[in-house]
Design a protein around this ligand. Structure first.
Ligand SMILES: Cc1cc2nc3c(=O)[nH]c(=O)nc-3n(C[C@H](O)[C@H](O)[C@H](O)COP(=O)(O)OP(=O)(O)OC[C@H]3O[C@@H](n4cnc5c(N)ncnc54)[C@H](O)[C@@H]3O)c2cc1C
Length: 410
């Protein structure tokens, strides 16, 4: 099996988790690899949590970045709290939660010298028979037999090849934040730091879990509690209200945390005290700088175009309820390398990759839409309404959020 005399050089665009998985796995399969990252210096964590699955761990091992037992923090299970803080339902289900920075650290340290380049922003793609040329904003170029587009939700490669494929706003936003575990009262600490905890005011969803603290430290006492509080926000007036700074600047759908108006943070804190279990209200009150994230999703029209393969968030962006962003990127990278290794030539390998992962990505996006539909500010279709009803009981939220099993049914 293999590629005979075909040149095997991969230009990977994007040096976050998806790009690192692809680059490392391809290098270990014998490819000559270059990873081209737009950011001029080491990427810094956005600090929020990441749900891991055994598939992600397995991909790290295969990529030569075995984290052993140190990938993250193991929680005992899940619990849903009512408005008064009483458990409505709970399940034992040990799970490892980590941070982007911790996963990035393991993968980045496994990178052979000289293959990872900063300050390389893809500007244009040129395809000639059997080759693809990446042109960068600094005027340089890299030629490969394939180009792996791992450049994330705002992918330049996707914009170049599928200008019509845009991110679709889900109809709700999340208040997010993190607080040092040492700032929590003992009662709140005991209630929230051992399980993934949920609270479900009508049409909303709060969830949180422990993550690494400063310097990606996961030792007890140094961790943080990380929360995500989804609330419906209509795309017009509601969005403008939330994402406009004190000086009147409208930040679209992405506002830097320090630009969020203090009156909105105060309003969120008082809403939290009114609507959420006391432990969650305390977390929102004690989080120094909550931030806002609008929820989007996106489907790529195709996983490959000629010698370009899309992967991770460049291909499919699912709403966060599926808890699969990193695991999907890792699975794409594993499937790509396996398909290229088993096929008689590169084009057949890319076709096999597309056949395997396109439908999977669509299922993940679809499942995320159904899990989040009950929080949408906009009108639902009859089918969405039916699904929404099904997914909003405490048991359903607890048992279906960030769970991989059954994804093939979607
Ligand atoms: C710094 C950082 C922190 C993150 N923190 C979290 C987190 O805390 N929790 C969470 O759930 N998810 C986080 N994510 C997103 C998460 O990594 C993805 O949702 C998921 O892992 C899929 O990864 P990806 O590699 O496909 O995309 P991304 O992680 O979005 O990576 C895309 C990469 O491509 C680079 N890039 C973009 N355009 C170009 C271009 N034109 N040329 C070259 N490079 C380009 C970007 O700089 C980025 O490094 C973070 C992403 C980044 C980049």
């Amino acid at each position: 099996m293999g590629h005979g005399t075909q040149q095997r050089r991969a230009v990977v665009i994007g040096g976050s988790l998806g790009g690192l998985f692809a680059g490392l796995l391809l290098a270990r399969a014998g490819w000559d690899v270059v990873i081209c990252e737009r950011a001029g210096e080491a990427l810094a964590s956005r600090g929020a949590g990441i749900v891991t699955h055994p598939e992600m761990h397995a991909a790290m091992v295969a990529a030569g970045a075995d984290p052993g037992d140190g990938l993250g923090i193991t929680v005992e299970g899940r619990v849903v709290l009512d408005r008064d803080g009483r458990p409505l339902c709970a399940v034992d289900d040990p799970h490892v939660l980590t941070s982007w920075g911790r996963a990035y650290g393991f993968l980045r340290r496994a990178c052979p010298d000289g293959i990872y380049h900063h300050g390389k922003a893809l500007a244009r793609i040129e395809q000639v028979p059997g080759q693809v040329i990446a042109h960068f904003e600094d005027g340089s170029r890299e030629t490969g037999s394939i180009l792996v587009a791992a450049d994330g939700a705002q992918s330049t490669a996707r914009r170049l090849l599928f200008p019509e494929a845009g991110l679709a706003y889900a109809g709700y936003c999340a208040w997010r934040g993190m607080v040092d575990e040492g700032l929590l009262t003992p009662g709140t600490h005991a209630r929230l730091m051992r399980r993934v905890a949920f609270c479900l005011p009508t049409g909303e969803q709060m969830l949180g879990y422990p993550v690494a603290g400063a310097d990606e430290d996961i030792r007890p006492g140094r961790q943080r509690f990380n929360f995500v509080w989804y609330r419906p926000v209509d795309a017009e007036a509601g969005r403008r209200h939330l994402f406009t700074a004190s000086d009147g600047t409208d930040h679209g759908f992405a506002i830097p945390p320090h630009r969020i108006r203090p009156d909105l943070v105060a309003e969120a804190r008082s809403d939290a005290a009114r609507l959420l279990a006391p432990a969650f209200a305390e977390v929102v009150a004690r989080t120094p700088q909550p931030f806002l994230q609008a929820i989007f999703d996106l489907e790529t029209p195709a996983m490959t175009v000629g010698r370009v393969a899309f992967l991770g968030d460049a291909a499919f962006v699912a709403r966060p309820h599926v808890g699969m962003g990193v695991t999907k990127a890792a699975g794409d990278a594993m499937a790509l390398v396996e398909a290229l290794s088993q096929a008689p030539d590169i084009d057949a390998g890319l076709a096999a990759y597309a056949a395997r992962r396109h439908e999977f990505g669509r299922r993940v996006v679809r499942r995320g839409r159904h899990l989040g539909a009950y929080m949408q500010a906009q009108q639902l279709s009859p089918e969405e309404r039916l699904q929404a009803e099904r997914h909003r009981s405490p048991e359903a939220v607890m048992n279906e959020t960030a769970v991989l099993a059954g994804i093939e049914r979607w």
